[in-house]
Design a binder for this molecule. Structure first.
Ligand SMILES: NC(=O)c1ccc[n+]([C@@H]2O[C@H](COP(=O)([O-])OP(=O)(O)OC[C@H]3O[C@@H](n4cnc5c(N)ncnc54)[C@H](OP(=O)(O)O)[C@@H]3O)[C@@H](O)[C@H]2O)c1
Length: 327
């Protein structure tokens, strides 16, 4: 067991900066190295986030004997290639969501991680947040009875830009894979494997989904209504309904936001959580898995990521959302 884990970051873009800040909040993690396609960019990132070493390529970072775990923060369409690169060098991988672009890629990644006997986890940070843990705890304790219906949304406004990661199909553009994955994650966490999926989307001129609306039926007549959009700001809330009570996950529920228990319109109680950068929780989960010699997280196992991607494959097929380079 290591005292301090040396982290490497591949793809120092927007999210990588936040992740680097979170590393500083985890005493047993250190940002050791960063790799970019452009050396000067890696140098600037390393200076800003106090990384020890700059690598001239992703490959050089992946094979460094000084790196203990790698965070992959490139656009979706590179997750498969960059995870495979790190796994080839037997480096534990925390790969940003979505784990890949389709379930064929996910299966290859999971099989390769198993063959290499190396840790791999999708960076669905929300799974480890205290609001989600409390929500599961309340459900487990029967606070709302048997959950019957779930409603969750995630939408934020972006001007159309065919080059941006959110609309460019070569980078995996679209609401579903980028943020629709959060409501789908929550529904799967609560209800499990879908029984029937019905989805509707509107496509942008690049063919990316600018909004997506999904209804899913689960065993036992459970129902989820999920929405994601990259063209309007929505509430970004989630509600889980039992027969008479509900749990409300407040605005920006994918962060460690407050959570309330309601009986009809009456709020029975609200809980808030420490003001801490949310990515720290997933970093701690990776470290505790590596400490224990685990190759996958039991809170976010490989089978969960594969099921999630199979659901998204089905939704994309219903809505004619195609990534021509990959599908
Ligand atoms: N968990 C979360 O809360 C959260 C939030 C936002 C995004 N994400 C995920 O993180 C990933 C990255 O998102 P982001 O918004 O950080 O992306 P971004 O800033 O647009 O790009 C990230 C980095 O990827 C590298 N890259 C490698 N090949 C590239 C290519 N062909 N085109 C563009 N960039 C390329 C670039 O770094 P170099 O050129 O320097 O190598 C770039 O800075 C996405 O998969 C997204 O789903 C997660």
């Amino acid at each position: 067991m290591k005292e301090i884990y040396n982290w490497g970051i591949i793809g120092p873009g927007r999210i990588a900066g936040k992740f680097a800040s979170a590393i500083r909040e985890v005493p047993r993690a250190r940002l050791y190295g960063v790799a970019s396609r452009t050396l000067s960019k890696a140098e600037a990132f390393a200076a800003e986030h106090q990384a020890t070493t700059v690598f001239e390529s992703y490959e050089a970072l992946a094979q460094s004997p000084d790196i203990d775990a790698i965070y992959i923060a490139t656009p979706h369409t590179f997750h498969h290639a960059h995870s495979m690169l790190c796994l080839a060098h037997k480096k534990p991988v925390l790969c940003e969501k979505p784990l890949a672009i389709n379930s064929r890629q996910v299966k290859e990644m999971l099989a390769f991680a198993q063959k290499q006997d190396t840790f791999l986890m999708e960076a669905i940070w929300t799974r480890f947040h205290p609001n989600i843990l409390r929500c599961l705890d309340w459900i487990e304790k029967g606070e709302i009875g048997e959950p019957q219906f779930l409603r969750a949304d995630f939408g934020f406004y972006n001007a159309f830009d065919p080059e941006s990661r959110l609309f460019n199909m070569d980078l995996g553009g679209g609401a579903l894979l980028d943020i629709g994955i959060y409501p789908l994650f929550l529904a799967q966490l609560i209800f499990g494997k879908p029984e029937k999926i019905q989805a509707m989307a509107a496509l942008s001129p690049t063919g990316s989904d600018k909004w997506i609306d999904i209804q899913i039926r689960y065993p036992g007549d459970k129902l989820a209504h999920l929405h994601a959009s990259v063209i309007v700001d929505t509430n970004i809330e989630a509600e889980i309904y039992g027969p008479e009570k509900k749990i409300l996950l407040h605005n920006r529920w994918h962060n460690p936001a407050p959570i309330s228990l309601y009986q009809r319109q009456t709020c029975l109680r609200t809980e808030t959580f420490p003001d801490r950068i949310g990515y720290a929780y997933e970093i701690e989960e990776v470290i505790s898995c590596l400490d224990a010699g685990k190759k996958q997280s039991s809170l976010l196992p490989h089978a969960f990521s594969l099921q999630l991607m199979e659901t998204m494959d089905e939704i994309r097929s219903q809505c004619n959302i195609v990534y021509p380079q990959f599908d």
